[in-house]
Design a protein around this ligand. Structure first.
Ligand code: ADP
Length: 162
């Protein structure tokens, strides 16, 4: 892939997990700039407010790495891409259950914006079972999430769930 590709990795990130961070790291190997776009997503009734989800991501991403964390709400992702000169959408794929939703979204985006490509990165084996919702569930009942999320997230979850 060309090194002059700007991409966006959209998601709710409620909260960011090691699975997300792995996708961010790998996506950055093939694009020159990656915007992690944090979707407000009131429909999902997030545990963490948008500002906290952004702060936690910024905490976990090394500075000056060609990665920016931005908020995103109230418009189509393809419109956001056009406004920001972004030509590629990155999504992570875990189990087959992700596939159907991602397949549908990709087809809609292809129709809305044939000039924007979506690329899918398969999760690495060790993170295939990880999701923000599973982590919140485990944390709620006092399970050890130390290998699933960065320390700042584990701390924020402990604080939020007491
Ligand atoms: P959304 O609300 O868009 O599903 P998420 O924050 O749950 O937002 O996920 C954002 C993206 O990261 C999605 O493409 C999702 O499939 C991917 N993702 C989430 N967890 C993992 C993981 N453990 N491994 C790989 N990709 C993941």
């Amino acid at each position: 892939m060309s090194k002059h590709v700007r991409a966006v990795y959209p998601g709710t990130f409620d909260p960011v997990t090691n699975g997300h961070l792995e996708i961010i790291r790998r996506a950055r190997r093939v694009v020159s700039h990656l915007t992690v776009a944090v979707f407000e997503n009131q429909e999902k009734q997030p545990l963490f407010p948008l500002e906290t989800r952004i702060e936690l991501l910024q905490d976990c991403i090394p500075a000056n790495e060609g990665i920016a964390v931005e908020s995103f709400s109230g418009e189509l992702l393809v419109d956001y891409c056009r406004e920001h000169g972004i030509g590629v959408i990155v999504r992570g794929l875990r189990a087959i259950t992700d596939f159907e939703y991602e397949f549908q979204m990709d087809h809609i985006n292809q129709q809305l914006a044939p000039d924007i490509e979506t690329i899918f990165l398969m999760t690495t084996h060790q993170y295939s079972y990880l999701s923000s919702s599973v982590i919140k569930e485990v944390a709620k009942f006092g399970g050890d999430i130390g290998t699933m999320v960065p320390p700042a997230v584990a701390k924020a979850l402990a604080h939020q769930l007491v």
